[in-house]
Design a protein around this ligand. Structure first.
Ligand code: GLC
Length: 568
């Protein structure tokens, strides 16, 4: 009887608790009128390369802290810090040896607390990178797991017998080259690592692993974190029967056979886990950003969850695959992102791909093209995730000699694959040596263009890429049409000019981007969109003589950006 009563009381307490979490989130939405992450501009920081406060050539948390004013002034609302936990740095932090601490090279937990406090004062939220698929072999869980076949944590990782002497359990290939299996001579079994040998995969089918990892998220939520970027989340589960993957024709840049990762990538179980992670995120008014590589619209839709109960911001990288100034390709990708029913996310670069400045640039008009790209992805309906230095027009600085390469992918794949060092070089603060990043030689060299493309110099130049970003981000925060308006594609047959309207009630903002190196003329009839006698008031443009008033004859210089408020 008493036991039953206790059960009822417990159940009641749980319901009250759940309801109050739900209420807290609802209240936050009601107060702001929207979920906070829908209006936020996110900014990715690679901590090794942002700012070095102790002059050891490697960036750190105090360095980030000292530049919060810059970020606020730029118009950033949330920073995503790539992994800064203790790590042997085999993959520069993506090999974590302790999820609940800070690597001494970046500072201490106390420094993190200071950063969190100062960020709050600046109204900037912090997003941590959650490397949940794998750990470092130096993590105490792996050390224990590898200590003997009888270890209580043996099943925390994926251990299997080989098929025979020197033959791994199956044909799976590592993303970093070679077999995805590593023989451990001590216990005579292989462990699975999708990435480097120094990144053994956790076994998410083991409830103890799941619990430990959820506890990690709570640890950081308690310290004021507003969400996580979920690293390599597609890879959480593997086929328990370890079927061989289908081998495709040809070889990849690392010299391995091409393969369809049918049995170790994007397994349906990933979605079950995402739902659970989302629940904890909701309890903390937090956002989940997914490293969810897909160019498939239906797959993208699935990441949001059938009931919008998985990832709020799945990054799809569809723009990054366009790699040229193609209005029609961008239109298609925008339409894909718009059609899922979820809130779109737009990204043009990150620490794993050549900088957008080089990918879209033609080598002659790169600054203009950088403004076009900003003019596009920062005015679309959705949340943008910027990459540090993009706002300066920072360019890649790829290594020229194999012995200079730091990235394990570049070491494995040289010379066909030079790795990712080029896009991870130090932030360019000024034109002094090492671009003002550090007084010591930085861990990666800055490109020669730092002399002109740096914060200090660009702040003085009204036409710089940085000033353009700043003005654009002011607009983005001010114009309700840019924050909440619909996306309406215009002149869809035009092969040179991308134009669209962001429409919110009686207000609208028009965006016109000439993606060609030639003058263009377009006529815009906005009557079907509810503006029969539309008048334009330029808000931000690179045109010397921007059209104001009527829009039936808009003359555009090569690579022009024209953003205007529309009224009746
Ligand atoms: C993600 C990261 C990448 C890292 C990999 C392994 O793809 O973005 O930098 O190498 O995961 O953790």
């Amino acid at each position: 009887m008493i036991r039953n009563l206790m059960r009822v009381i417990l159940l009641f307490a749980c319901i009250v608790l759940l309801l109050s979490f739900g209420q807290a989130q609802k209240r936050a939405v009601e107060a702001e009128g929207h979920e906070w992450w829908k209006h936020a501009v996110f900014y990715e920081i690679y901590p090794r390369s942002f700012a070095d406060s102790n002059n050891d050539g490697i960036g750190d948390l105090k360095g980030i802290d000292s530049h919060l004013d810059y970020l606020k002034d730029l118009g950033v609302d949330a920073i995503w810090i790539t992994p800064c936990y203790p790590s042997p740095q085999v993959d520069f932090g993506y090999d974590v040896s302790d999820y609940e601490n800070i690597d001494p090279m970046y500072g201490t937990l106390k420094d993190f607390q200071h950063l969190a406090r100062d960020a709050r004062k600046h109204d900037i939220r912090i997003i941590m990178d959650f490397v949940l698929n794998h750990t470092s072999p130096q993590h105490k869980w792996f050390l224990d797991s590898a200590s003997s076949r009888a270890s209580a944590r043996r099943d925390w990782y994926i251990w299997r017998d080989g098929k025979g002497p020197g033959v791994p359990p199956n044909n799976w290939i590592s993303g970093f080259g070679g077999s995805a299996w590593q023989l451990d001579p001590k216990t005579g079994q292989y462990y699975y690592h999708f990435f480097a040998v120094g990144q053994p995969d956790l076994n998410w089918r083991n409830p103890a692993v799941e619990k430990a990892m959820f506890d990690v998220t709570r640890f950081w939520y308690k310290r004021g974190v507003s969400g996580f970027r979920l690293d390599a989340v597609d890879l959480l589960f593997e086929d328990p029967n370890l079927h061989d993957n289908p081998v495709l024709e040809g070889k990849n840049d690392l010299g391995d056979p091409n393969m369809e990762n049918k049995y170790n990538d994007k397994l349906p179980e990933v979605h079950t886990e995402l739902k659970k992670l989302r629940k904890v995120a909701d309890e903390n008014d937090a956002v989940l950003i997914g490293e969810t590589y897909t160019s498939n619209r239906d797959e993208l839709k699935e990441y949001y969850g059938d009931h919008n109960d998985e990832i709020q911001l799945p990054m799809d990288f569809m723009f990054c695959e366009v790699n040229k100034l193609s209005p029609s390709d961008f239109r298609t990708q925008i339409a894909n992102a718009e059609s899922t029913g979820g809130w779109p996310v737009y990204v043009i670069g990150n620490h794993d791909m050549t900088r957008s400045y080089n990918r879209y640039g033609d080598g002659q008009h790169n600054d203009q093209i950088a403004k076009i790209m900003a003019g596009m992805y920062l005015t679309l309906r959705g949340t943008p995730v910027m990459y540090y230095g993009e706002e300066l027009g920072m360019e890649n600085n790829d290594p020229v000699r194999k012995e200079d390469v730091k990235d394990p992918i570049g070491i494995a794949g040289w010379p066909a694959e030079k790795g990712r060092d080029g896009e991870r070089t130090p932030m360019q603060w000024n034109d002094s040596s090492n671009a003002g990043f550090s007084q010591a030689a930085p861990w990666l060299p800055v490109p020669a263009s730092y002399k002109t493309h740096n914060v200090e110099t660009e702040l003085k130049d009204p036409n710089s890429v940085l000033q353009f970003y700043k003005r654009l981000l002011v607009l983005r925060h001010q114009e309700s049409a840019l924050l909440d308006g619909d996306y309406v594609a215009l002149n869809q047959d035009n092969r040179d000019v991308l134009s669209y309207l962001r429409r919110h009630g009686n207000e609208a903002v028009l965006v016109v981007l000439n993606m060609s190196n030639a003058k263009q003329k377009i006529g815009l009839d906005l009557s079907p969109e509810g503006f029969p006698s539309a008048k334009a008031m330029p808000l931000l443009t690179t045109l010397a003589a921007p059209p104001a008033g009527r829009l039936d004859q808009v003359a555009l210089d090569p690579f022009a950006v024209y953003i205007a408020r529309i009224s009746q």
